[in-house]
Design a protein. Structure first.
Length: 566
């Protein structure tokens, strides 16, 4: 343990609400378009809060990385080099690996498939080390995971969603360079870009299009690399609606044209200049984007929390600095973008930011002092907070009900189709240590249900009747979404939204994206049954190809989602 710790340490260093009142003007063409929900909206006045459900005492491994597949199963994995997990490999298999650093023969699993609907676990077999890796879904809904550590650092692994009992397939040397702490994003053409990683100041694509398709240098990663502490790992990467990438590393960002290897714009440093990426791990999201007549007028990024400069060195010397309270929000679509700062109710490092189908942002997990990395976080933050992007500044945060389980380094959070958020992991040690440590390794899985799932909302919750789940849609076409609402109510603020299923690890959700579709009037087509037309996103720049969860949202209460594939 001492030696691996040493290695780690020494090397580190929507809303277009197409509103219509059905009564008395159901047929009125002059529907009023309300813009964003405000503090007076239904969700804001019902007290917030949310609730917690304990799903599994042990899924066998620590949920360090999670990805929801379009079959409602979540692929979860930790790492192969820290001893035996709490779940055996399938069919009595064992993994023999002479390159392994801890167990050369390991009969336990380090990856599982979690069935969201049945709440069951199936062990999977990874052959090489997937620790601190990255991934994204292909347009057909399979998971492509890239890199890791040791014998896994250049491996690409594919998990095909389409067969019931599939396991990982590995492509040795699928990557040109080793990728450890890199970030992936789906491209408008469906391939993925893999950016950075430890001592990798470059990016590459997967799959490659030609044999000359190698790695391309990215000086920004050199410029943002603190030589003592690499404060730019797991960069926050978002596809802007012009097809270029917004890349945030350390304390600043660029707009980057990956096809020409050109920096198009340098954004101002985030005020205060504090680092936000691993190991000063904050989090970031692309805020919900409204598509209006084929365009997104406003594209905004929100980055919250992290640990101040020097916190990593201090934590290694037993001093745990208070985590950052501040969030920075920037309109990247502005000609002269500026950060607007705002404080969370409390400081948070290693928090996860999850876009909820009602357009709010859930900030969950993490601690209020120290940093990411082994044994370096302190004071778990048990209360999630909700951020309401459309409220006025200083009235955006609402503190939610606390969990009881610390979710420190290597914890995760992802949205699932029924609107809950799965919470797992916390493994701040090099091994599965359940005793004699401050924060025992967590094998449990919980769900946080935002208050929109409260039974009190069932009267107004929409239920999608059609299209059916797994429907294929095309770019820039009208779709008719039919839904019911349980009680006879005056429909108000109906929107149709799409959310991409993201790959979550180290407090960042790769490919997280929420689109509010352009929509028309809601019309009554039967008893408690309604239809709304919505226009699908115009292009892969706005919605990279692949699976999305589609929801109808009524007065901030989302339906259960359905899967659509574009
Ligand atoms: C998992 O943990 C439980 C409870 O400690 C134990 O009974 C079980 O044998 C463990 N399973 C494996 C495969 O390690
Ligand atoms: C953690 O587990 C490893 C492997 O079982 C063991 O060697 C180490 O002493 C444990 N650490 C603590 C603090 O208990
Ligand atoms: C809704 O979309 C359908 C399918 O494209 C189209 O036939 C219909 O005219 C649209 N209705 C309205 C009110 O736009």
């Amino acid at each position: 343990m001492a030696s691996s710790q040493l290695i780690i340490f020494s090397s580190s260093f929507l809303y277009l609400f197409f509103t219509t009142s059905l009564y008395p003007t159901a047929t009125s063409a002059a529907a009023t378009y309300s813009s964003y929900p405000t503090a007076t909206s239904a969700a804001a006045t019902n007290g917030g809060g949310g609730s917690w459900t304990f799903l599994q005492k042990s899924i066998g491994i620590s949920a360090m990385h999670m990805q929801l597949l379009p079959n409602d199963r979540v692929i979860i994995f930790d790492r192969t080099d820290f001893g035996t997990s709490n779940i055996s490999l399938p069919d009595g298999k064992c993994r023999e690996d002479p390159h392994e650093r801890v167990l050369k023969r390991d009969c336990t699993a380090h990856s599982v498939e979690y069935d969201v609907v049945l709440n069951t676990i199936r062990p999977l077999m990874v052959l090489t080390d997937v620790w601190c890796s990255s991934g994204a879904l292909t347009p057909d809904g399979s998971l492509v995971q890239t890199g890791g550590f040791n014998d896994g650092e250049r491996v690409v692994r594919v998990f095909d969603k389409s067969c019931g009992k599939c396991d990982w397939k590995e492509i040795p040397s699928g990557l040109v360079n080793r990728r450890w702490y890199a970030t992936n994003h789906v491209l408008p053409d469906g391939r993925q870009i893999v950016i950075g990683g430890r001592r990798q100041f470059n990016y590459e694509f997967y799959p490659k299009t030609t044999s000359s398709d190698k790695a391309y240098s990215l000086a920004f990663l050199v410029q943002t690399n603190d030589p003592v502490i690499e404060n730019n790992l797991y960069p926050f990467v978002f596809l802007n609606t012009d097809g270029n990438f917004f890349i945030f590393a350390n304390n600043r960002a660029i707009l980057f044209d990956y096809s020409r290897n050109q920096v198009l714009k340098t954004f101002p440093e985030i005020p205060g200049g504090e680092p936000r990426n691993y190991p000063s791990t904050g989090s970031g999201v692309l805020l919900p984007m409204r598509v209006v007549q084929g365009k997104v007028a406003v594209v905004e990024v929100l980055i919250c929390g992290g640990a101040p400069k020097g916190a990593f060195v201090n934590a290694n010397n037993g001093k745990f600095d208070a985590a950052l309270k501040s969030c920075g929000r920037i309109k990247i679509s502005d000609p002269e973008p500026k950060w607007v700062m705002e404080n969370m109710p409390s400081g948070r490092v290693m928090g996860d930011m999850v876009l909820l189908p009602n357009g709010e942002v859930l900030i969950i997990n993490g601690g209020s002092s120290g940093t990411a990395g082994w044994e370096l976080g302190r004071n778990p933050v048990f209360n999630p907070v909700i951020y309401r992007p459309n409220n006025a500044i200083n009235s955006r945060f609402v503190v939610q009900k606390p969990s009881t389980i610390p979710r420190m380094y290597h914890s995760t959070a992802i949205l699932v189709r029924d609107g809950r958020v799965l919470i797992g992991g916390s493994n701040p040690h090099t091994y599965y240590n359940f005793t004699n440590v401050l924060f025992p390794t967590e094998l449990s899985l919980e769900a946080f249900s935002p208050s929109y799932l409260d039974p009190g909302s069932s009267k107004i919750r929409p239920k999608i009747i059609s299209p059916v789940t797994q429907t294929k849609i095309q770019y820039g076409k009208q779709i008719v979404v039919r839904f019911t609402v349980q009680n006879q109510v005056v429909l108000n603020r109906i929107s149709v939204i799409m959310v991409a299923p993201s790959f979550n690890t180290h407090s960042f959700s790769m490919n997280q994206r929420l689109l509010v579709l352009d929509g028309g009037n809601t019309r009554s087509v039967g008893k408690l049954t309604y239809e709304v037309n919505a226009t699908t996103p115009p292009s892969g720049h706005i919605a990279p190809p692949g699976y999305y969860m589609l929801f109808v949202v009524h007065q901030d209460i989302p339906s259960e989602g359905i899967w659509v594939v574009i």
